[in-house]
Design a protein around this ligand. Structure first.
Ligand code: SF4
Length: 251
């Protein structure tokens, strides 16, 4: 019987799948080491617990009495793309939607999954055109070029799915918070015309040094977002902060 390794499952969320109540499946394991990761226990491929796909589907059946969608998160769900594909199909058979949050660095998996998903949140953690900044932002400084290549490939694949895709960038002071970084991220999006800038949070981080770094203020995120909104009038720009949640920003 097919299995997946999960951190857990949350029956009801209003923040993961835009505009829908979703059930969230958190997959265990990640191929990146972002120093600001808020979920360090989800990184090891050996953590979490194994569950059969049949058991997960039973949990989905219960959640679907209230949820309109399932959202796959992590860790990095694309590492277990076969399970994601199976569960996305199951959601559709149950008359529900399926979405994913991915770090965008496993293009073969995204290419298999994109058709099956109704919403794709892809991290563009730093500009793929500045590999040293990207490498440091994902905690793999010696592999910036390789990660950049993979992210570019993913973004290329998602050009055909741009209407259901949103880019996400967590703004981390000292890593990727310069205006030129944010502009270069926007420049990499092509037909993807939606981006959300997320506020870095310092409560739990993979690298303890990041706990000393103050989160960027809502005003700083607003300023960066307004800059994008005025430079790219066709780009939908949002921010997410602990103070105010998600906000759409206009110039
Ligand atoms: S923040 Fe980075 S290390 Fe943490 S789960 Fe996401 S991609 Fe992986």
């Amino acid at each position: 019987m097919e299995k997946a390794r999960l951190q857990g499952l949350v029956d009801i969320s209003t923040v993961d799948y835009p505009g829908k109540v979703s059930c969230v499946v958190f997959f265990q394991g990640c191929n990146l080491r972002c120093p600001y990761c808020q979920n360090p226990s989800g990184i090891s491929p050996y953590g979490g617990e194994e569950a059969t796909l049949d058991d997960i589907k039973k949990r989905l059946d219960e959640a679907f009495t209230l949820a309109d969608a399932v959202h796959f998160s992590g860790g990095e769900p694309a590492l277990q793309w076969k399970a994601v594909a199976h569960l996305a199909d199951y959601a559709h058979k149950s008359g529900k939607l399926a979405g994913i949050s991915t770090n965008g660095t496993i293009p073969p998996a995204i290419s298999r999954l994109a058709e099956k998903l109704d919403f794709i949140a892809v991290d563009v953690k730093a500009p793929p055109t500045i590999p040293d900044v990207l490498g440091r932002t994902v905690g793999l400084p010696s592999r910036g070029e390789e990660i950049a290549e993979k992210l570019l490939k993913t973004l290329e694949i998602l050009q055909s799915h741009s209407r259901k895709t949103e880019a996400r960038t967590t703004v981390v002071p000292g890593l990727n918070d310069k205006p030129e970084h944010i502009v270069a991220v926007a420049e990499s999006l092509g037909k993807i015309r939606s981006i959300r800038l997320n506020q870095f949070r310092n409560t739990t981080t993979l690298d303890p040094k990041l706990r000393e770094v103050q989160p960027p203020s809502r005003e700083k995120l607003l300023k960066l977002a307004k800059m994008l909104a005025s430079k790219y009038p066709d780009l939908k720009v949002k921010i997410w902060t602990i103070e105010a949640g998600e906000e759409e920003v206009t110039p």
